[in-house]
Design a protein around this ligand. Structure first.
Ligand SMILES: [Zn+2]
Ligand SMILES: [Zn+2]
Length: 1003
């Protein structure tokens, strides 16, 4: 053993090096000691010298005392025992001792033999200060290992440093593998049992494990990214303090985990070889919290994934594929076509062969989905199993063509189209790891081989004998199959690649296609990304951390049960560790039943689903109670699906009452024993049965639907009587002012809206343009008046007023100059003028009277009357275009969204009794079909306002009726680069086109 170096101060050590010439070492050390004695921890620098604080290096001292090396920062102190490598970390008021080096903490291979060693048995060790400028500590170089007298040529360097302001402890391990190879190393050693009282493990969704938990607990899998460790970290709590173990190089890492009945727990970090050697430096970070628990740990890990760029939020995922936005607040429907079980499968029914082949056709599934839509399910993610040639889990990776008995390519195409029409996202199950021996392209040369050259073969699943396809060959098959499906016109909107995101990565030793675990994850990620490149929603089974950036949705992320997730009590105490990190980064559905898959046997899945604000699973034939639960979860998810889960807490010692908090302040409190929950603030009352939702139908039926909906809406708007007496109400116009402008005349008039109510309007009439003229009703928003759609050229305005109106881009003036008759009135009032009326009814009636007014003008072509508006004006353009069939073209800007969204962050003047029971905005717009409609939404609209992804979602619904009426080209969504403004060029282009105004070059 070669312990060296007297007590030294690292900061001074650097100065020493800087000045070093050929100097006597021992003399110099005496000088260093003197400096320390004189100055304590603040060495005296010259005036021009830069201090540690100035350039940010942590102030950390390293010294040796007796058999210990001490790394001392301002808050934390690490002591390493030189002989047995035991460590004590003093962090604030807490001490976190580890156990000592133990037999088997180093496993090497030399001359083909596996040797179990002990790190602390190294005959040679050199411990010395180590610093990088951002972290400071010691390097422990170990060599001279032997096994039963045989020298082993392996060296291992260990680094222990404190880093950063929080003085986190970063430990690194590097193996030098000249002759011997390092197969495994378990360092740093686990915390000693007295160091903690609870262990926190991202065991599936998450587990809190008291040290004395009475039952035996084991992890299903101990490598990172399996079910035992969805995320590469764990932690320990003692009293109110916490320790996080964060694995920064997780691909070839995991743990040894023991918890016998009654405890104690031992969770030991374990580094494993990659293709037979340690290969690259391994790093783990220990974070200490004076006050903290599992929530603090999850949030520290969240910071890590944000810092490394690994965190990709759902908002980013929606930006890269708007279809993902459609799934916010959407239920998940899981269904299948063919279940066919081969005789070699473990599932084969020998006694009842009929059970080995169960078929439902594509068309039958399509009918069932239509029935679901009739129950008011207007959105869903539909996942389809067993669509391949021989059904579920058969013949992969060569599953095409789709099952011939089920309807083949044509049947699958019809089912996909049905989903499109219903507004459902159609996604398919697929598989590129299981490699069936009877697949058309099976060749044993393409399977993975293990380190001994063995090929895995088993016959568990339906398709019988299978091996494992090397991940390097997966992507080619994915491309092959998707190109074929898409080229057959099958609208696949998403895919689920099975066993990619819960089976830990495979290594492959086949010399033709070797792959490390990291390679395997890279290749799997490429397959998932390819699905996205086709416009598909990307999914896999469970949320293994590595896959989160690639995935939009997983099928499950519930809790670990005993003996398996199928059924039983929870192992430890369930906590939402995964969601505390990733709730706003992934769509995660929950089964709602009691003791469902991954739900502890006495718990209602629905309550866990609510507490986690996840998506609900929806059955194909739901009962009323199930539908109610689905609607509640969807409403909650729609509100907080994009929000971080900021806290989780237990409300009493039973661990049965708990509360989650989301970034918008929403809390969900559940009581698993009483089976109750409270969402605060409450979810919006559901008037949104939307009984008149438009679903695809024939042209004739679509017209009948429009007639019925208009009649019911006029009644709800309290306008029916006005419509009946309309022709009897004289306009009685009175001119208040008139002025000549270049190419048009502008007049301010007063007209009778109802027998008892006069309103003011602005009218412009072309003077430089021959009759007949088109006409446009121009409408402003909240805070506007009849002048707002015009520039100062048309109507005088104060500067401040002109600035405020600039969002309208003077579209009224632009239209007037182009030879349009224009008219405008005020709709921004929030009081009802006449008894027995509704605000929205009066507003709509006034703009309909504007149509009457322009119709009364000689020279106006009554077949070419349009309307346009922004914000509340966009809303009124929607209403006018929908309810008044005289309108030939509608531009509705800065308004398209959903009613659920408008329930929040917005003036509620859009809402009136009976509205939500009938329709959503998409249905009102659908009344405009087949007449031309342009909606405009700006990309700078914030999420809380007229957010583009929601507009896209609503527009998808509107398109349905335009397709049914064979005018799909007549409806457009103009997504522009600005915010809540009129996109004037798009408006002019659209109105020019559809009102045939002849001055397209004017302006
Ligand atoms: Zn391979
Ligand atoms: Zn309002």
């Amino acid at each position: 053993m070669a312990e060296i170096e007297p007590m030294r101060n690292v900061t001074s050590e650097r100065r020493r090096r800087r000045n070093e010439a050929a100097r006597n070492r021992s003399v110099h050390f005496a000088g260093v000691v003197l400096v320390i004695l004189l100055c304590g921890i603040h060495p005296a620098f010259g005036a021009a010298d830069v201090t540690q604080d100035d350039y940010g290096q942590p102030r950390i001292q390293v010294r040796q005392k007796g058999g210990r090396w001490i790394v001392r920062g301002r808050k934390n102190r690490v002591e390493v025992n030189s002989s047995d490598l035991q460590m004590n970390v003093h962090a604030g008021d807490s001490t976190w001792p580890t156990v000592a080096s133990f037999a088997g903490d180093l496993v090497v291979e030399t001359s083909g033999k596996r040797r179990s060693l002990r790190l602390a048995d190294a005959a040679e060790r050199t411990i010395a200060p180590y610093e990088t400028g951002f972290k400071t500590g010691v390097k422990i170089a170990l060599a001279g290992f032997s096994h039963e007298g045989e020298q082993i040529d392996a060296r291992v360097d260990l680094f222990v440093c404190l880093e950063g302001r929080d003085e986190e402890m970063v430990c690194e391990l590097i193996a030098h593998e000249d002759k011997a190879r390092v197969l495994e190393c378990s360092w740093p050693a686990a915390p000693a049992p007295e160091a903690f009282d609870t262990t926190v493990v991202p065991f599936m969704q998450g587990m809190l494990l008291p040290k004395d938990w009475p039952r035996k607990v084991w992890l299903y899998d101990t490598m990172c990214y399996g079910r035992g460790l969805y995320m590469p970290w764990w932690g320990h709590q003692k009293g109110g303090s916490a320790l996080l173990v964060l694995i920064e190089t997780p691909e070839d890492a995991g743990c040894r985990f023991e918890h016998p009945a009654g405890g104690p727990t031992r969770m030991q970090l374990r580094w494993v070889h990659s293709l037979g050697q340690m290969r690259y430096p391994r790093r783990v970070r220990y974070c200490f919290f004076d006050k903290g628990n599992y929530v603090t740990m999850a949030k520290r890990y969240r910071r890590h994934v944000r810092e490394t760029g690994h965190f990709v939020s759902l908002q980013e995922k929606i930006a890269r594929n708007p279809l993902v936005g459609k799934l916010l607040g959407s239920p998940v429907v899981h269904t299948n076509i063919l279940a066919h079980i081969q005789p070699e499968s473990h599932y084969y029914h020998k006694d009842d062969p009929a059970k080995n082949h169960q078929l439902t056709t594509f068309d039958e599934r399509a009918r069932q989905l239509r029935r679901l839509a009739e129950k008011g399910i207007d959105r869903a993610y539909v996942h389809l199993d067993g669509w391949g040639f021989r059904g579920y889990d058969n013949l992969h990776p060569d599953v095409l063509p789709p099952g011939p008995e089920a309807g083949g390519f044509e049947g699958m195409k019809r089912l996909a189209e049905t989903c499109d029409q219903l507004g459902y996202v159609f996604a398919i199950h697929d598989q590129y790891r299981d490699y069936y021996l009877d697949a058309k392209s099976y060749d044993p040369r393409h399977t993975i081989l293990d380190r001994s050259g063995n090929r895995p073969i088993h016959g568990i699943w339906y398709g019988g004998k299978q091996s494992i396809l090397c991940s390097r060959l997966a992507l080619g098959h994915v491309k092959k199959n998707y190109s074929s499906l898409l080229s057959h016109g099958i609208k696949v909107r998403g895919a689920y690649l099975d066993v990619f995101a819960v089976v830990p990565p495979d290594e492959c030793y086949n010399p033709e296609h070797p792959a490390t675990r990291a390679d395997c994850l890279k290749y799997r990620g490429m397959c998932l990304d390819f699905i996205r490149s086709t416009g598909g929603v990307v999914s896999s089974e469970e949320p293994a951390d590595w896959a989160v950036p690639h995935l939009d949705l997983v099928h499950h992320g519930p809790f670990a049960l005993e003996p398996n997730p199928g059924r039983g009590p929870a192992m430890g105490i369930p906590v939402p560790l995964f969601n505390l990190v990733y709730h706003d980064a992934l769509l995660l559905p929950w089964s709602l039943g009691k003791g469902s898959w991954g739900i502890p046997q006495d718990d209602l899945g629905y309550l866990h689903g609510l507490a986690n604000a996840g998506l609900p699973y929806l059955s194909l034939s739901p009962g009323a109670a199930h539908l109610e639960q689905v609607r509640t979860m969807c409403a909650l998810h729609e509100r907080v699906g994009l929000a971080e889960m900021t806290n989780h807490e237990f409300l009493d010692a039973s661990f049965r009452k708990q509360r989650t908090t989301f970034a918008d302040g929403t809390t969900v409190t559940i009581d698993l024993d009483a089976e109750t929950f409270v969402v605060a603030p409450p979810l919006p009352p559901r008037g949104s049965n939307r009984t008149m939702k438009y679903t695809t139908r024939s042209l004739h039926e679509a017209r009948v639907w429009q007639r019925n909906v208009r009649a019911r809406l006029f009644a709800a708007l309290k306008m029916s009587d006005l419509l009946e007496s309309k022709d009897a109400i004289a306009l009685a116009p009175k001119t208040l002012s008139s002025a000549e402008k270049e190419g048009y005349r502008v007049e301010e008039l007063e007209i009778s809206s109802t027998p008892g109510r006069r309103i003011r309007v602005i009218v412009t009439v072309p003077t430089a343009q021959e009759k007949p003229w088109p006409a446009v009703v121009c409408i402003g928003g909240h805070g506007s008046d009849l002048y707002s759609p015009y520039d100062v050229e048309t109507v005088g305005k104060e500067e401040q007023r002109a600035r405020r109106d600039s969002i309208y881009r003077g579209f009224g003036t632009a239209l007037a100059r182009r030879g349009c008759v224009t008219i405008s009135t005020t709709v921004s009032q929030h009081e009802v003028s006449e008894e027995g009326r509704l605000l929205m009814g009066e507003r709509l009636w006034d703009v309909m009277r504007c149509v009457d007014t322009v119709e009364s003008l000689p020279g106006v072509d009554r077949t070419r009357i349009g309307c346009a508006g922004l914000s509340l004006g966009g809303e009124m353009a929607m209403w006018l275009g929908a309810m008044d069939e005289r309108i030939a073209a509608t531009v509705s800007a800065g308004f398209l969204t959903t009613m659920d969204h408008m329930e929040q962050n917005h003036c509620m003047c859009w809402k009136f009794p009976g509205l939500r029971e009938l329709v959503d905005f998409a249905d009102i717009y659908a009344l405009t079909a087949p007449r031309p409609l342009q909606c405009q939404n700006g990309l700078r609209e914030p999420q809380s306002q007229f957010y583009v992804p929601l507009a896209r979602q609503a527009m998808e619904e509107i398109r349905t009726i335009y397709r049914d009426m064979d005018r799909p080209e007549n409806v457009t969504l103009d997504v522009h680069d600005e915010g809540h403004v009129i996109d004037l060029p798009a408006l002019l282009y659209f109105l020019d086109k559809h009102l045939h105004s002849s001055l397209t070059s004017g302006g």
